[in-house]
Ligand binder design. Structure first.
Ligand code: GLA
Length: 740
């Protein structure tokens, strides 16, 4: 069984296929964290024998010997002002002025199956899942913390979250409530996190854990382009292929914070959860606050092993059930083809051209509603623009479907323009601070989704849209982040809840719509990849990765995203050249190779393509159709041969290891006559692989003297010598299969 309590040692041990996680109820009832790492059945309390560390104070009952301190003992859920000076997981003030907590175990239960969190997205249970609940209490304030652990034996995952209850007699203000705290006793560690900006999201940075506090956080109300909530603690010698890695991924899309601190003894503490910077939550006596859930995974198999575990887990347990069972449609999005400048006829022409190339879904992007002719107005006025679509959406959708295409639509429900009928009717629905000029982003304000009437209005509006029209895809955008956190519907003492309530409201709205319309494919977007996180995946199985569609930029963005998130969740489009964001020119084939990493589509006007390019697009779509199951279900490998070479390469391997696609792009000048080598990964060394096809783009298709068959061992250990590829950003795809 995945959870065991040993009454003699008072240890609670969670075990998965290859990891163990151990806690102990300490001498005074504190819940101590003893171990998280490779599978082991020992009791690890010996790691924390009492030792008198100067200026680490002692609980009164253990003052003898001065060796036992909350400051040096590892905590499952740390709290301030009781002798532990390291990062705290919980901060509050009661109306009586009490702060801090001395948390001791009150009870624990072990049960089969995985807990659920009403109102919050969380991982679904399945076979071999278990729940541990441990309740801790602070006698002085009556505050209780229920720690919940979900154990996924087969998948090697542990989930954690906390439920804070005001068991005291007076109201309290919660100021910080982390989802988890993890203490590692010693060792050098590195923090891998993913920073970025609009149009350059999720760039990996790996830094040593310092003798200080390092924080990865967003206080933007969104998980953000700037700091993704996924982090990895890894050993300095961890590579893609081997080494200790701990992945920490909140299932949360709002402000977040993960801090890592190396203490005076060399122990490392990581505390992760919702952002505490602009947060507070009033708890009346008897009320509870539920933190979001965080996923934890340990891998000894390096970063690839960790990434693949996250990919599988997110696909199976976090994304909506069945979301990845069906093939993804090839879509053409109107945005970079016509921006705001279109009408019924031009969109129909776009659709016809797209259909002729093999596209299956036409997506009408921004500009179709209200008097939206630029990005300064009309958000909130969700009726067809009478000038561009005089007959409304109905005739356009009918005409597009008559071509044999499905229809998709862009919406931005969370926002409103000051210049809109909605704002004129309901100015109080916007998040603005009384007496202060609002902060505008892209000229828009944010709706107060914490309010039920606002959510109900949105639900009715988009329910009607989806009910009245055969729309099979929705691109749900959100083009600014939260700033003026003030809700006209909350009393002063609850204003600190505004940002959190916004997210809970968003989840509730999405849950209703996705349940009502299970066949509609919802794609998430927040000015590109500003909300690419595990909290969005239950609603949005694919997310627009970035507004930057330049293939060379995309190589970096998609690679960074792949550390935590499955490629199939990344929406990737082929766009025009020169690229609209970077001005860079690149071969059409290379744009296709890069976009064939995730959910594939186009973002260009086919009429601007030459006849030869249109033929190439047709071939791309045929290739994508052939490769789609492999891209959706296969294991993904980052193949970075060496930083010295301007070569990006990655590989998909089918779960049965019988098929593999190698994709590569030369991002700099080819290094003259020097041969380029590449080793493949994830194959069966004993199997014999046949090269089914090889395609090169952006370079002459010179003859290649390749053997027809390769042993898995040769591809894995010997490697491939790549054919010469002179040109600007040339690329190649090679598909290998074993014989049936
Ligand atoms: C955001 C999206 C784009 C596009 C525009 C429309 O920037 O990320 O893809 O939809 O909005 O305004």
């Amino acid at each position: 069984m995945g959870i065991r309590f040993d009454p003699t040692s008072k240890t609670l041990t969670l075990t998965t296929r290859s990891s163990a996680y151990q806690m102990q109820i300490g001498p005074l009832g504190h819940l101590l964290h003893l171990y998280y790492g490779p599978l082991a059945s020992d009791c690890f309390s010996y790691l924390y024998l009492p030792r008198d560390v100067g200026f680490s104070p002692n609980p009164a009952a253990l003052r003898e010997g001065r060796g036992w301190s909350l400051d040096t003992q590892p905590q499952e859920y740390s709290a301030a002002l009781c002798g532990d000076y390291r990062l705290s997981s919980l901060e509050f003030t009661t109306e009586a002025g009490l702060r801090g907590a001395d948390l001791r175990c009150l009870r624990h239960t072990i049960s089969p199956g995985k807990y659920a969190l009403p109102g919050l997205p969380c991982a679904r249970g399945g076979a071999d899942t278990w729940t541990l609940s441990v309740t801790l209490g602070d006698a002085a304030t009556g505050v209780e913390v229920e720690l919940l652990y979900g154990v996924y034996e087969a998948e090697d995952f542990i989930t954690r979250c906390a439920r804070i209850r005001n068991g005291g007699g007076v109201p309290m203000q919660l100021q910080k409530a982390a989802s988890l705290c993890l203490d590692l006793p010693f060792g050098d560690w590195e923090l891998l996190h993913f920073f970025g900006s609009h149009t350059m999201e999720r760039q990996p940075e790996r830094v040593p854990v310092a003798w200080a506090v390092q924080t990865v956080a967003s206080r933007r109300g969104f998980s953000s382009h700037q700091q993704n909530p996924f982090v990895v603690l890894c050993a300095p010698d961890a590579t893609e292929q081997i080494g200790d890695c701990y992945g920490v991924m909140p299932i949360w899309s709002g402000s977040h914070e993960t801090s890592v601190e190396r203490s005076q003894t060399g122990s490392v503490r990581l505390v992760s959860g919702i952002g505490s910077a602009d947060f507070s939550w009033q708890l009346l006596p008897g009320e509870t606050f539920q933190t979001p859930e965080t996923l934890l995974c340990y891998s000894a198999e390096g970063l690839t092993g960790l990434s693949q575990s996250f990919h599988r887990f997110l696909r199976a347990h976090v994304a909506r059930q069945g979301a990845y069972d069906r093939p993804r449609p090839v879509l053409l999005n109107s945005w970079e083809a016509s921006y705001f400048d279109f009408d019924h006829d031009s969109i129909l022409r776009l659709a016809r051209d797209a259909r002729d190339l093999g596209v299956e879904l036409l997506v009408l992007d921004d500009g179709w509603f209200g008097d939206r002719d630029d990005d300064r107005r009309a958000l909130g006025d969700w009726f067809a623009n009478p000038r561009k679509l005089p007959g409304g959406l109905g005739p356009l959708i009918r005409d597009i479907r008559a071509l044999g295409l499905d229809f998709g639509l862009w919406v931005e429900p969370e926002m409103l323009s000051e210049d809109s009928a909605l704002y004129r009717a309901h100015p109080d629905w916007a998040l603005t601070v009384p007496g202060r000029e609002p902060t505008v982003g892209r000229d828009q304000l944010v709706l107060d989704l914490g309010r039920e009437e606002v959510r109900d209005w949105l639900y009715e509006t988009f329910f009607a849209l989806l009910r009245e029209h055969p729309i099979s895809y929705i691109k749900w955008d959100a083009n600014r982040q939260l700033s003026d956190l003030y809700s006209r519907a909350l009393p002063p003492e609850r204003q600190g809840e505004t940002g959190h309530r916004y997210l809970l409201g968003l989840y509730a709205l999405l849950e209703r719509l996705c349940t009502e319309f299970p066949d509609v494919l919802f794609e998430g977007c927040a000015g590109g990849g500003g909300r690419f996180d595990a909290g969005m995946l239950p609603y949005f199985p694919q997310i627009w990765c970035s507004d930057n569609t330049d293939p060379v930029s995309r190589l970096a963005i998609q690679r960074g995203t792949s550390f935590g998130y499955p490629p199939v969740a990344m929406a990737c489009h082929v766009s025009a050249s020169p690229n609209h964001q970077t001005g860079r020119s690149s071969p059409l084939g290379t744009r296709g190779v890069v976009a064939m990493t995730g959910a594939f589509g186009y973002e260009l006007d086919p009429a601007a393509l030459s006849e030869a390019e249109r033929e190439e697009v047709k071939r791309q779509i045929t290739r994508y159709r052939e490769l789609e199951p492999l891209l959706r279900c296969g294991d993904y490998y980052r193949l970075d041969p060496t930083a010295a070479l301007p070569l990006a390469a990655w590989q998909f391997v089918s779960p049965d290891r019988r098929e593999t696609l190698l994709s590569l792009v030369l991002t700099g000048a080819p290094p003259g006559p020097i041969p380029l080598y590449l080793r493949l990964r994830g194959l069966d060394p004993a199997a014999s692989y046949r090269l089914i096809w090889m395609a090169r783009y952006g370079c002459p298709d010179s003859a290649v003297d390749f053997p027809e068959r390769w042993s898995g061992a040769a591809l894995l250990h010997g490697g491939l010598v790549l054919p010469p590829m002179p040109g600007d950003y040339p690329s190649a795809q090679l598909l290998f299969r074993t014989d049936p």
